[in-house]
Write a protein that binds this ligand. Structure first.
Ligand code: ZN
Length: 238
């Protein structure tokens, strides 16, 4: 069975700032989708904010196993009602992978329930990412540490709930540190937050980053179990 992935991107920077359009000429979502499509088990769609129903009508959400989310400039434009529909789908079993500045999206803040802010600076620092949970499925095939030559620094304190599983920890050459790969279980669904992916840098073309995103799609996907049942029930033992 294929995993149905929808990559959602607000798709604003790439069309309003020339330098960013040069890094991602077809949008961040396209670069993210290309990395995911290297895996035959993933069936990929993309969606953007400017599409009808902001790209995510219920019919798309209902047939999405894992939603990837990239947003920054247009967080406020995302309909509150859509945020609620996404949160409900995650609670019912859909996976969500929130990328980079998506940490401050309405949907991530809704799911986390905390402020979700961090310190940040954009000064071309190098990022070194450490795998701190090597047995985790998202760490499969990932070296114990690797570097990105430039990334935007996000630095603790990162105002998130303590992750259920912390897979990656990052150090930046300007002295910042961040819990950069965080897993959560939310109702019947799963959430992965992954920090690299600033729009001005070619992060989503990096082979190791792409492997992590493919691993995250597999980890976050529902496992095929029937839905859990709730409410009054016969006793299990007499
Ligand atoms: Zn950024």
């Amino acid at each position: 069975m294929k995993i149905n992935v929808t990559v959602w991107n607000e798709y604003v920077h790439e069309r309003t700032e020339e330098a960013i359009g040069q890094v991602y000429p077809h949008g961040l979502h396209t670069a993210i989708a290309e990395g995911l499509a290297m895996d035959d088990e993933l069936e990929i769609r993309t969606a953007t904010l400017d599409q009808p129903e902001q790209g995510l009508p219920q019919s798309v959400l209902d047939t999405t196993d894992v939603l990837f989310w990239w947003g920054h400039k247009a967080h406020d434009q995302v309909d509150d009602e859509l945020v609620e529909r996404i949160a409900r789908r995650v609670r019912d079993g859909m996976g969500i992978v929130v990328l980079h500045s998506g940490h401050y999206s309405k949907v991530f803040r809704r799911l986390m329930g905390t402020g979700c802010r961090s310190k940040w600076w954009e000064l071309d620092d190098k990022e070194r990412i450490f795998t701190v949970l090597p047995g985790h499925p998202i760490a499969a095939g990932i070296p114990e540490s690797f570097t990105l030559p430039v990334e935007e620094t996000y630095c603790e304190h990162f105002d998130i709930p303590t992750p259920d599983e912390l897979v990656f920890l990052s150090w930046f050459s300007g002295g910042g540190v961040l819990r950069s790969g965080c897993c959560y279980h939310y109702g019947n669904g799963k959430i992965f937050y992954f920090q690299p992916g600033h729009e001005a840098y070619p992060t989503y073309y990096d082979a190791t980053i792409r492997q992590i995103l493919r691993n995250a799609a597999h980890w976050a996907a529902p496992n095929g179990n029937p839905p859990m049942t709730y409410g009054q029930h016969d006793r299990f033992e007499n």
